[in-house]
Each structure stands twice: as structure tokens, then as C-alpha cells.
Write a protein that binds this ligand. Structure first.
Ligand SMILES: [Zn+2]
Length: 434
């Protein structure tokens, strides 16, 4: 007797008509035609059943603060940082907790159950840190929330940057952050990378830095981050977020840099929505795209996962907690529209991000946590195209959110009376796994 069986679903790897049987929050069987009884059965015929989505780069302390205390007029990263600097001293812990919890509600309805959030440590009051630690506890039953100590105003540049970051880690923040390109000089940036990697090695923590989020091709802190990763033996535990300067770097230099990053097993986290919105702002025409070299990094064997970064905050007025929106943009900006490319993009929203976050028991296999989402789409290609409704979201074997399928009603003579976008427009092009 199982707690829950999902019947006849399609899996991200292309398998069709698969049943998933769940007991005590764990996937106990994943195969065709499971005949055992279950307390609850969900018919997933023709629908994609995926592991829940993973966002490896977010700012939970700033989310849903759009318009406070004013809007970002220039739309630039630097005005966003300045605006956040205006809001930060007047924000209360209660407001931060309330907004974060509301965002987590939204995330759950989108099937997003694992989030790594940077937390600003620049204000020595550290209310941001207190608030996010409280949120991490509150959402634990339904969202895995990891926190990164993020010195937004610079580790060395902010008056109390060094001490505040240490205090945040003492308070229980999980990961060491950084922002080397925002320090006063390239040299300070380099020194900050070294100091922060040393802290991570001493404390046994992972590293995740905002690194080279600029169009300046000479912003090469990723090289230092990779070298220090190897020096301190942190391979596989370090993430480089954004890395947008790589877009503008000299090709010969990149041909040496990417193998170094592979040697250091750097986890690469581009943020397609934010990168395409904020980068290239000093260009006239042609305007650079500003996203890092996703295709080339994937081809070199690096683990690439995409972050949402921002939803309705000083940097980004858009966003919906939907990782498929992130993947949709990644397909466009990276120009990865082939079938194999799209499958890789879907992985970058799920399994790759889980690896970046070091999530245990994540996957669609016997023994993994039953953290799943059923989508109103047949497969990963259609999911990325449609950003469809999440029909059911399952956390440790329990349905925690449902959304009805989106069905359009038609009132046209001689035409169908309704349209299910997830079923009625599935293309039949050659080579598509059926
Ligand atoms: Zn960020």
C-alpha cells in the first residue's frame, strides 16, 4: 500500500507512460503499470512529471519590494544597488519576513521547492540576516532555503563589511558570498576573493560569489576565484554567479580560462532575465547581450545552472517565481533552440541546480525524495515553450499546491469548443521523441 501513485506520466528523459509510487515521502518505484493500491492516485496521462524546480540564485531579502522607496529610473545595476541602499536602513524584520513568505507561497505554486538566496550583510544591524534565518526555519517543511552571506556594498568597500560577513556566518548563514567587481579596485577585488575562499576553507562552507557582473572584459575575478578554489581544495563547492564579463572577454583569454574553471569544478550560475535586462547598458549599438558563455561552458563539462535572481525588486520589476520563464529567456539569449539544447536548459533548471546546491536525494529514481511537479505539457520542450500551469506540486509525497489546467473556451462556428495548449498544439516534427 503506497501513500500516492502518479499514473501514466511522461518523464524529462523522454520516457512515457510511467507510474511513480511514493511512500513516506520517498519514491519507492518508478516503472510502467504499477498495480499496487495507494491512498491517493493522480492521473498524469500525457503530462510531464518532473522533479521540482531549483533556483540556485535569488535575493529573498529584496523580493517584492518594487517601488520602495521609489522606482529604478535608469534601470541599471548601479541605480538598483543605490536604491536598495536607501531602503535597507528603514526596512523592518517583520516586513522582510512577510515579503519573503509571500514569495515562497508563489514559488510553491510554480513547483519551485529549493532556493539559494543571497542575503545582504552590508548593514551592520543585520536585520536582513535575522529575517532570512527566520524564513529558512518557517518554510523548511516545503522549501529548502540556503542562505549566502552577501556583502552587497563590498567586503572591503563597506565600512563594516568584513566584520558583518563574519557575524552573519556566526549567526548560521550557510555559504560565503562576495562581490569582487564592486570593490574599490581590481586589487581589492582579488584580495576579497582570496580572503573569502580562506574563510570558506576554514569553516568548511561552500562559496557563491557575484563575480564579474559587468560588461568590462578586464573584470577577471573568475580567474582568481578558480585559482583560489584549487589552492584551498574547494573543488566542486564554489559557484561563480553571473560571470557576465566573460561575454565581452577576448576569445584567446577565454580559451585558457574555461579549462581552469573546469579544473576548479566551478558551478556556473548565469541569470538570463537579469543579465539581458541589466548588461550592455553603456553600449549604444550594437548592444551586447551580457550573458556568460553558456554553450561553451556546458561543452567544456562545467555544471551550469540558471538563477531567477530577482522578482519585483530594485533591480528587476518583472518575474513570477517561474523557473521556466528563466529557461525560456536562456534559450533566446544563449541561442540554444535545438532539441538537445533545450533538454540541457531544462536540466539547468533542475538537476544541475540541485548539484550546485548540493541537494541530497534529489532526482527521479527509487530512493529519492518525492518532490515533484506535474505540468500541463507533454515534455520538457513543450514545458519550456508554454511555461504551462503546474497541475500538482508534491513535497515529500504530499500535494501542497494545485492549479487547474488552462483551457481556452472557443465560441466559433465549425471550430473546436476548447483548446488545451498543453495537448492540442504538440508538434510532430521529425526527431522529436514521442
Ligand atoms: Zn544576485
Amino acid at each position: 500500500m503506497f501513500d500516492l501513485i502518479l499514473k501514466n506520466g511522461n518523464l524529462p528523459d523522454g520516457r512515457k507512460g510511467v507510474d511513480i509510487a511514493i511512500r513516506n515521502g520517498i519514491i519507492e518505484a518508478i516503472e510502467a503499470n504499477i498495480t499496487a493500491e495507494a491512498a491517493e492516485t493522480i492521473d498524469a496521462t500525457g503530462r510531464l512529471v518532473s522533479t521540482s524546480f531549483v533556483d540556485p540564485h535569488f535575493h529573498m531579502d529584496a523580493t517584492l519590494s518594487l517601488g520602495l522607496p521609489r522606482m529604478n529610473v535608469s534601470g541599471t545595476l548601479l541605480e538598483g544597488i543605490a536604491l536598495w541602499g536607501e531602503l535597507r536602513p528603514i526596512v523592518t524584520k517583520e516586513e522582510l519576513v512577510e515579503r519573503a513568505l509571500r514569495y515562497c507561497d508563489l514559488a510553491v505554486t510554480q513547483g519551485l521547492l529549493h532556493i539559494r538566496s543571497h542575503v545582504d550583510t552590508s548593514d551592520p544591524r543585520l536585520v536582513t540576516v535575522e529575517a532570512m534565518i527566520e524564513v529558512r526555519e518557517k518554510v523548511k517543511p516545503y522549501i529548502d532555503l540556503q542562505l549566502v552571506a552577501f556583502p552587497q556594498d563590498g567586503y572591503y568597500r563597506a565600512a563594516d563589511g568584513v566584520a558583518s560577513l563574519e557575524r552573519a556566518l556566526d549567526m548560521g548563514v550557510d555559504i560565503v558570498g562576495g562581490i569582487p567587481h564592486f570593490e574599490r579596485t581590481m586589487e581589492d577585488g582579488r584580495l576579497s576573493v582570496e580572503a573569502l575562499c580562506r574563510i570558506a576553507a576554514d569553516r568548511g562552507l561552500p562559496v557563491d560569489m557575484h563575480c564579474d557582473e559587468t560588461d568590462d572584459p578586464m573584470s577577471r575575478h573568475i580567474e582568481t576565484l578558480a585559482a583560489q578554489t584549487i589552492r584551498f581544495g574547494l573543488q566542486g563547492r564554489v559557484a561563480g554567479s553571473h560571470l557576465t564579463s566573460m561575454h565581452s572577454m577576448d576569445n584567446y583569454y577565454v580559451s585558457k580560462l574555461i579549462p581552469l574553471m573546469a579544473e576548479a569544478e566551478i558551478n556556473v550560475i548565469p541569470n538570463p532575465l537579469i543579465n539581458i535586462m541589466l548588461q550592455g547598458r553603456h553600449d549604444t549599438y550594437p548592444k551586447r547581450r551580457g550573458m556568460t558563455r553558456v554553450k561553451e561552458l556546458m561543452a567544456a563539462g562545467l555544471n551550469v545552472s540558471f538563477g531567477h535572481d530577482c522578482v519585483m525588486d530594485p533591480w528587476y520589476s518583472m518575474g513570477s517565481g517561474d523557473m521556466l520563464e528563466v529557461g525560456h529567456m536562456a534559450i533566446h539569449v544563449a541561442q540554444m533552440a535545438g532539441l538537445e539544447d533545450k533538454r540541457k536548459i531544462f536540466d539547468a533548471l533542475t538537476v544541475n541546480s540541485a548539484r550546485t546546491m548540493g541537494l541530497e536525494n534529489y532526482g527521479l529514481a527509487k530512493g529519492c525524495n518525492a518532490d515533484l511537479v506535474i505540468l500541463q505539457a507533454e515534455d520538457v520542450y513543450e514545458a519550456l515553450r508554454l511555461k504551462p500551469n503546474r497541475l500538482a506540486v508534491i513535497r515529500r509525497g504530499k500535494v501542497i499546491a494545485r492549479t487547474a489546467p488552462r483551457i481556452g473556451e472557443l465560441f466559433l462556428d465549425g471550430r473546436p469548443s476548447s483548446i488545451d495548449g498543453g495537448r492540442d498544439f504538440v508538434p510532430l516534427y521529425e526527431g522529436r521523441p514521442r
